[in-house]
Write a protein that binds this ligand. Structure first.
Ligand code: UD2
Length: 359
């Protein structure tokens, strides 16, 4: 009887031990499986590439995954920020976005972080009518300075596809040409870029591209423009106004326009000639600016600086996650200010009367 009890207890203990071993092995197996599944997510497009617009529930909304956008309430009153103090540069905005100046970053370090991510960067440039004359210089200097060593796809929008110069491009870099209609008004050519960039993203880029920069063609590169400029939403401070009081910025000042900003409002005056960021962010920006521009047009109002005014209004509420200093879009006719150590990209001198279809 006693011996039977001992046998019975031993069997029970053995069964418990087997149970523990089984669940341990099974758990370990499940962990390995989940690692394998995770590894299958492509690293090159691992950040969210969905095109979610406001008012639609975000995917995984149940995770309280507020996106990382920096949206502030309209008409919030606060002191005007600045990117310079005397001859010193300010390297962070009041919403803690970096302001990129020469000396604030290590290009070798940043490139080595981004290279394994295998990213694709798109650039858009419009060369309509006589502006085609600027294209060669833009493309050739981009080859020398714009994301050298990275996969870059340049999209040229033009009404003269046959006139697009054949520029030799390095491995991994491509030029794509899209036909667009001409216009009798330069304001329309400039402003409709928002609509065409929105369409390009929707039709072509969203599966293949990580970041996009939208640039003016009457410009050229002089120095490095690379991974230091990557961010969720990226704006460039205009070289003409960064020492001015905001009441003097050329924002749209008529309340009837959707681009209106009051004299005591706004952060910086940003360039219409260079902006960018993650694909889905630029999609939302272009879609919003286009919709506001068109709604204004329905009411016979055109903002003072067309899409640039709408871009400034957008960036006032939707703060950029990275601000590029005026090194990233200088103007050739302007002497270099003391805080500008390097000019990376600048607008060339042009004769407006000669090159624009209207005055
Ligand atoms: C500023 C902005 C520009 C735009 C404009 C307001 C900068 C450096 N520039 O420059 O981006 O916001 O104000 O509308 O911030 N284009 C053509 N053909 C034309 C006219 C324009 O292709 O006949 C394209 C071209 O890519 C050009 C761009 O539109 O670079 C902007 O036109 P702009 O350079 O004449 O505008 P601008 O100098 O007033």
């Amino acid at each position: 009887m006693h011996l039977l009890n001992v046998k019975f207890v031993t069997v029970i203990l053995l069964l418990i031990l087997l149970g523990v071993l089984y669940s341990y092995i099974f758990r370990a197996y499940r962990i390995v499986v989940s690692f394998e599944q995770k590894d299958k997510i492509p690293v090159d497009r691992a950040h969210d590439s969905s095109l979610v617009v406001p008012d639609q529930p975000a995917p995984h909304a149940d995770f309280r995954a507020h996106d990382s956008s920096l949206v502030v309430p309209d008409h919030l009153q606060y002191e005007q920020p600045s990117i310079v103090k005397g001859n010193d540069v300010v390297t962070v905005t009041p919403w803690l976005a970096p302001v990129v100046w020469e000396g604030t970053f290590n290009p070798v370090l940043l490139d080595s972080i981004y290279r394994p991510k295998n990213i694709t960067i798109a650039a858009t440039v419009f060369a309509v009518g006589k502006y085609i004359m600027f294209l060669r210089n833009f493309l050739e200097t981009a080859e020398q300075h714009f994301f050298v060593g990275f996969r870059v796809h340049v999209y040229v929008f033009t009404d003269q596809p046959k006139e697009v110069p054949m520029v030799k491009m390095a491995a991994g870099r491509q030029l794509m040409v899209r036909s667009v209609p001409s216009s009798k008004r330069w304001q329309e050519i400039s402003a409709r870029r928002m609509e065409m960039i929105q369409t390009l993203i929707e039709e072509k880029l969203f599966k293949s591209t990580d970041y996009i920069f939208c640039l003016d063609v009457d410009s050229k590169f002089h120095g490095r423009w690379g991974t230091e400029s990557l961010g969720r939403l990226v704006a460039v401070v205009h070289p003409g106004y960064y020492r001015d009081k905001r009441s003097r910025f050329p924002y749209e000042r008529r309340p009837a326009s959707r681009a209106y900003i009051a004299p005591e409002e706004g952060d910086f005056y940003y360039c219409g000639g260079a902006f960018g960021g993650l694909l889905q962010e630029v999609h939302l920006l272009t879609k919003t600016c286009r919709a506001n521009f068109e709604a204004d047009a329905q009411e016979d109002i055109e903002a003072a600086w067309q899409e640039e005014s709408h871009l400034n209004r957008y960036m006032w509420t939707n703060k950029p996650s990275k601000v590029l200093s005026p090194e990233y879009l200088w103007q050739d006719f302007k002497a270099k200010n003391p805080e500008i150590q390097i000019i990376r990209f600048s607008g060339v001198v042009k004769n407006y009367a000669e090159i624009r279809p209207n005055v």
